[in-house]
Design a binder for this molecule. Structure first.
Ligand code: SF4
Length: 465
């Protein structure tokens, strides 16, 4: 479980208080914050913390130092539910005053049955409610002179990259997923608001924007692609227009959670022109049309192999990342073989795979023909073997190439860890630089030459930092 340390981020913005030398300053109320789950939950945490920090709350790093703890939970799969319930239990045992929010908050009875003493349970993206609950149980100090928050808000990611959430919820009803029942239908943020946030982040030093949502390519559909304004110019709330506008900011723009709708083709030329990163995170989930239909996946009827081939023709450098589920109810050996064939032909660059596990409340639980656990295990191993071989071959082909990387960690003794355009933080491989040199710092760009590769990572040397 990760505690969030953000105080330093605000240090340069501490106010100048000229005439109060003899008055004891009131102690700000102190909040502990536990953030679990996916990048979307992380963005929610950032929003809540930004608001609380703006109101003068201190965010502290231990349960014992906090006057109250907020736990932002995940409820996506049963393991995440258990982890969330354990985190709430730990916060209660070590602090006693706990407010719960996030995806699991959509099922308050699950939480209160095990932890009846929590002060309040709110659902996902219920920022106002969480803040209200904090006010109720730990009132803020009133100090109209204090404005502790930098204009870009509080971020929990390192200073050089940031997640940009463009919408909430989802209009699909994939049978294995309960996100729509927790987060509701698609609700896109107005384009002007998204662009303003992106602009502020880049001005504050962010070099990579990671665009996230539940369904990025559907952006703006609920707004009927309404035109907004940014920098005095009209811009449509549409996936491609958004990508083009973000691409004009001068930062890396990485698109996550894109579904293979036909209009996604329009973004590939932007990648070929270097406007947005040639990287698509596109959760295909399976290669068998029958299983995709059982999953009720968006765009399941698309001929994805043909599309991938066309994308590569337009943008040969494109990196395709995807996730898959094996052992979905009803998946036969023939379906699984189809998936392996699909993968061998698609030759995706980055691949994650999960064994299907039932989620309480998901429609897939009612499907017949569950796959036995040992078959799921075996299919997962076979799938990963094929995926790892493809990845190793593709990375080996990059040895000798030069590339630009963004530095995430520097240790002068053990080397630096960086990422290329092909690597999203946390989920993909990295580029290891053995001798980074004394000047290299976290958040720097570096030009490197690839000297070696394994199944997932590259090794490189600096050619010009
Ligand atoms: S597209 Fe499917 S898996 Fe993704 S959030 Fe929507 S319902 Fe869930």
């Amino acid at each position: 479980m990760e505690w969030l340390h953000i105080a330093l981020e605000c240090a340069p913005f501490l106010p100048f208080l000229p005439f109060l030398p003899f008055l004891p300053l009131p102690t700000p109320p102190r909040i502990g914050f536990v953030s679990l789950g996916c990048p979307k939950a992380l963005v929610d945490s950032e929003r809540i913390l930004t608001r609380l920090r703006a109101e003068g709350y201190d965010v502290v790093g231990t349960y014992e130092d906090a006057n109250l703890v907020v736990v932002n939970t995940c409820g996506f799969i049963d393991d995440a539910v258990h982890e969330s319930l354990d985190a709430i239990g730990e916060a209660l045992a070590r602090n006693g005053k706990v407010i719960v929010t996030g995806c699991l908050g959509a099922r308050p009875e699950t939480i209160t049955a095990r932890h009846p003493t929590v002060l309040k349970v709110t659902g996902a993206h219920a920022y106002e409610e969480v803040v209200q609950a904090v006010h109720e149980h730990l009132p803020p100090l009133h100090d109209p002179f204090v404005d502790l928050v930098p204009p870009q808000g509080i971020r929990l990611t390192p200073r050089h990259y940031a997640y940009l959430k463009i919408s909430e919820g989802c209009n699909h009803r994939c049978t294995f997923c309960i996100i729509p029942s927790m987060r509701g239908d698609l609700a896109s943020r107005p384009i002007g608001e998204v662009m303003l946030e992106a602009e502020r982040l880049v001005k504050a030093g962010v070099k990579e924007l990671l665009v996230i949502s539940q369904d990025t390519s559907a952006y703006g559909a609920d707004l009927k692609y309404a035109t907004g304004f940014w920098g005095g110019k009209p811009v449509k709330a549409k996936f491609v227009d958004l990508a083009r506008s973000l691409g004009s900011l001068g930062a890396w723009v990485r698109l996550h959670y894109v579904y293979p709708y036909p209009h996604v083709d329009d973004v590939i030329p932007l990648m070929a022109d270097g406007k947005v990163l040639p990287y698509l995170d596109i959760p295909f989930q399976h290669g068998s049309p029958r299983v995709l239909k059982l999953m009720k996946r968006p765009a399941h009827a698309e001929n994805t192999l043909e599309r991938i081939q066309r994308w590569r023709e337009t943008c040969p450098d494109i990196t395709l990342r995807s996730t898959f589920i094996v052992g979905f109810p009803g998946e036969t050996e023939a379906d699984f073989e189809l998936l392996l064939d699909w993968l061998r032909e698609a030759r995706l660059d980055r691949v994650g795979c999960f064994k299907y596990s039932p989620v309480t409340g998901a429609a897939a639980n009612a499907l017949p023909d569950p796959v036995p656990e040992e078959v799921k295990e075996e299919r997962l191993a076979r799938f990963m073997e094929v995926a790892a071989a493809i990845s190793a071959e593709k990375l080996a082909a990059r040895v000798g190439q030069r590339m630009r990387v963004l530095v995430d960690q520097v240790d002068p003794e053990h080397g630096a860890v960086a990422r290329s355009a092909a690597d999203a933080p946390e989920i993909d491989g990295v580029v290891r630089i053995a001798k980074p040199g004394r000047k290299m710092q976290v958040g720097d760009w570096a030009d490197v030459q690839v000297t070696g590769a394994d199944a997932y990572d590259l090794q490189a040397k600096v050619v010009r930092a």
